[in-house]
Write a protein that binds this ligand. Structure first.
Ligand SMILES: NC(=O)c1ccc[n+]([C@@H]2O[C@H](COP(=O)([O-])OP(=O)(O)OC[C@H]3O[C@@H](n4cnc5c(N)ncnc54)[C@H](O)[C@@H]3O)[C@@H](O)[C@H]2O)c1
Ligand SMILES: CC(C)C[C@H](N)C(=O)O
Length: 369
């Protein structure tokens, strides 16, 4: 990859490569856009096949955070980090502390949290070295693991998407095919089960499947079969790019609504869904619950207020479908327009110079230091 040229094309601000030989840390931090505030996004730990694959992932994910934070009305920019390694085998204390020191070196331009492969315990280790980390344990005054809040937001947004497709937002009796029953989807399944939805689940981790079968009476299928099962809603909650040429032709669902980031392999797959009349709830609008919840730490965390704001994802998804209908464009483009308009509007208003301007989250971080 010609990195600087790629950064220029999508206007990335900064990409930082970090290594610490002793602990085995190999990480990349990407800061996409800080127009709205410090770049907030999680750290993913994954055994990437190559450095190139890790770089591609962190670039896509950080840009997604810019759009997610903007469309959710947060005063936060977009960034993300990846640690290259197997989260089940390669973690150690020194690795996360070394990583925390790199984050500290960015002086608040990037703030991290959990993502696939990282946990609250990992955030606690990072917190030993920097204040620019959220999603640490509640005993530190933080809001804890964001996954349950993400699940609540996905549930609310899924209901809004159901209204668009079926004329009612009730999920009672609907069949939902859930791909990946990890941190977010386990909680999502709980909301769906309580409302009387029928669940079909899959995961490459047998233990995760067993847990969902036991708790929610779900039916299990193999990872390959999840795309073609008879269902009303396909909920991708594992990794990205599962909406592609191979899978769209197999889908029976009328709605796609799930937690995974970067669900569309390419933008043209969003166009194809629109042409086929499949209602697609744009991923970054739908899965913003975790970051909305975490951002409440800015105001001195209050769970009730945070969940109320997460519940607004229902309205945000409705707004996306309204724009899609008004302008005759696919939902993913409608979401992009909403986000880009907010960033451009605030970018313009920030021409005015202010002495000692400091963002609220960096103030909080400094005062706790
Ligand atoms: N955790 C959050 O708060 C949050 C917020 C926003 C978006 N997301 C996104 O949601 C997705 C899930 O996040 P999570 O925190 O629940 O992660 P997780 O790692 O806890 O869960 C993902 C699950 O998917 C399974 N999986 C991986 N590949 C699979 C495949 N090919 N087929 C079936 N199952 C597969 C894994 O075994 C795991 O159980 C990710 O894309 C993440 O970026 C998470
Ligand atoms: C909670 C967030 C800061 C990070 C989360 N993994 C996301 O993609 O939105």
């Amino acid at each position: 990859m010609n990195l600087l040229e790629t950064m220029q094309q999508s206007d990335y601000e900064e990409v930082v490569f970090c290594q610490d030989r002793q602990s085995g840390l190999k990480a990349i931090i990407a800061i996409h856009d800080t127009t709205l505030g410090p770049a907030l996004g999680g750290t993913r730990m994954w055994a990437y096949a190559s450095e190139e694959a890790a770089l591609t992932d962190v670039l896509r994910l950080s840009r997604g955070m810019t759009y997610k934070n903007a469309v959710s009305g947060l005063n936060l920019g977009g960034g993300k980090a990846v640690i290259i390694g197997n989260p089940k085998a390669d973690k150690n204390e020194a690795m996360f502390r070394a990583f925390g020191r790199y984050i500290q070196g960015l002086n608040g331009r990037y703030i991290t949290a959990e993502d696939v492969g990282t946990t609250e315990d990992d955030m606690n280790l990072i917190h030993e070295e920097t204040e620019y980390v959220t999603g640490v344990s509640e005993t530190y005054g933080s809001s804890g693991n964001p996954s349950p809040a993400t699940a609540y937001g996905v549930y609310q947004g899924m209901k809004a998407a159901a209204l668009e497709a079926f004329g009612t937002d009730s999920l009672e009796g609907r069949t939902v095919a859930v791909q990946g029953v990890g941190n977010v989807a386990y909680h999502l399944c709980s909301y769906l089960h309580q409302e009387g939805a029928r669940l079909i689940v899959t995961d490459i981790d047998k233990e995760a499947v067993r847990r969902a079968l036991e708790a929610y009476g779900a039916k299990a299928v193999s990872p390959e079969d999840i795309y073609s099962v008879a269902c009303d809603i396909y909920a991708p909650c594992a990794l990205g790019a599962t909406v592609n040429d191979q899978t769209i032709s197999q889908l029976k669902a009328r709605v796609i609504a799930g937690a995974a980031n970067n669900q569309l392999q390419e933008a043209r797959h969003g166009d194809l869904l629109y042409e086929l009349g499949i209602v697609y709830a744009p991923d970054y609008v739908l899965n913003a619950g975790g970051v909305i919840h975490i951002a409440d730490e800015l105001n001195g965390y209050n769970r009730e207020r945070a969940y109320k704001k997460v519940g607004e994802i229902y309205r945000n998804i409705r707004r996306v479908f309204e724009i899609s209908a008004e302008q005759g464009i696919p939902s993913y483009l409608a979401a992009d327009r909403l986000a880009e308009e907010r960033i451009a509007g605030l970018h313009a208003s920030r021409r005015t110079f202010l002495q000692n301007e400091q963002h609220a989250l960096s103030r909080r971080a400094v005062s706790r230091g």
